[in-house]
Design a protein around this ligand. Structure first.
Ligand code: HEC
Ligand code: HEC
Length: 265
């Protein structure tokens, strides 16, 4: 579907699946190029990154990224080339805290971002200076909820589940839950296709459809909070199920003891 499907770093990448989904999603009505957004979709303050303010992307890159991705982003044994991944990919990886990873793991996970919004912007610029273009950080506007619901069912639910709770894929990879992703991160994931996720270029999903999806994914989180109850906060469906099970068990034990006491009277 695109040359990015052939990246050797993810040989198992679901390109054919992406093509099938592309058919299902129908023809693109509009393919306006995404414009860079000053709001990188992040807001978490820095946690002890050493560099001072200013355009220090190069220094941050040397300290935190070059050992794996190479001084010029050319890639090494420990990490893929960053030439042409594009600002959206770098912003997605950094704002979701996936990069930098401490060790090579099969799949980097979402975690607390290491860098501030300014530092992320500086790193995005520095990686862009390696050349190669790539998707820009999408600008997301409020979309249509119903359209988003339908697009999600066709394009996303097969991997992330109908409720967005996530699911296991092949080879120990998982499609993560979508409850923590900001609308910009949702749009970035769609355009970038991180890890085993397929790329959805604008010929497959228009910018309007990306807005609809980002709006719907946000709603999934609210629906989930309604379902799961506020006290459970951000626990995933497995812990929730476990909690339900423990509660049931607790009731059974209580009932048994009550019956036992009655019998013993
Ligand atoms: C310990 C090695 C390591 C360090 C340090 C590291 N990375 Fe990575 N990076 C990887 C590996 C391995 C992958 C591919 C695995 C994956 O996608 O989860 C990757 C993937 C990426 C991608 C996605 C590339 C693509 O093709 O879509 C980006 C962007 C990225 N890293 C940026 C950075 C930046 C910026 C830093 C510094 C802040 C950094 N990384 C630090 C190893 C590293
Ligand atoms: C083939 C399975 C697959 C499909 C289809 C898919 N994804 Fe993903 N998605 C993944 C995987 C795997 C990851 C994790 C990538 C990583 O960790 O590097 C992911 C990550 C994400 C993330 C990042 C979540 C976070 O909090 O960090 C978002 C957001 C996302 N997907 C949204 C979508 C949307 C919206 C669609 C539909 C347009 C979609 N995905 C379709 C497999 C898929």
């Amino acid at each position: 579907m695109s040359e990015r499907c052939e990246r050797r770093w993810h040989p198992g990448r679901a390109c054919a699946f992406g093509a099938v989904l592309a058919l299902a999603a129908g023809p693109a009505a509009l393919a306006a190029p995404a414009t860079p957004s000053p709001s990188a979709g992040v807001g978490t303050p820095t946690t002890g990154a050493p560099a001072p303010a200013g355009t220090h992307g190069e220094e941050l890159y040397r300290q935190s990224c070059a050992s794996c991705h190479g001084q010029q982003g050319q890639g090494t044994q420990r990490g893929p080339s960053l030439i042409g991944v594009g600002p959206a990919s770098v912003d997605f990886q950094l704002s979701t805290g996936r990069m930098p990873i401490a060790d090579e793991k099969p799949q980097s996970r979402r975690t607390q971002p290491l860098f501030s919004a300014d530092e992320i912007a500086a790193l995005v610029d520095h990686v862009a200076s390696f050349g190669g273009g790539g998707p820009q950080i999408p600008q997301v506007a409020p979309g249509n909820l119903q359209a988003g619901r339908e697009l999600f069912a066709t394009n996303c639910a097969p991997c992330h589940g109908t409720t967005g709770a996530g699911a296991s894929l092949t080879n120990g990879w998982t499609a993560p839950p979508l409850y923590d992703a900001t609308p910009v991160q949702v749009a970035e994931a769609i355009r970038v296709g991180p890890g085993l996720m397929p790329v959805f270029p604008s010929q497959v999903l228009t910018d309007q459809q990306v807005d609809d999806l980002a709006t719907y994914v946000r709603r999934l989180r609210d629906e989930r909070l309604d379902r799961g109850g506020g006290s459970l906060g951000r626990l995933g469906p497995v812990p929730e199920g476990l909690v339900a099970w423990i509660v049931t068990l607790g009731l059974l034990v209580t009932a048994a003891r009550w019956l036992g006491r009655r019998a013993g009277q």
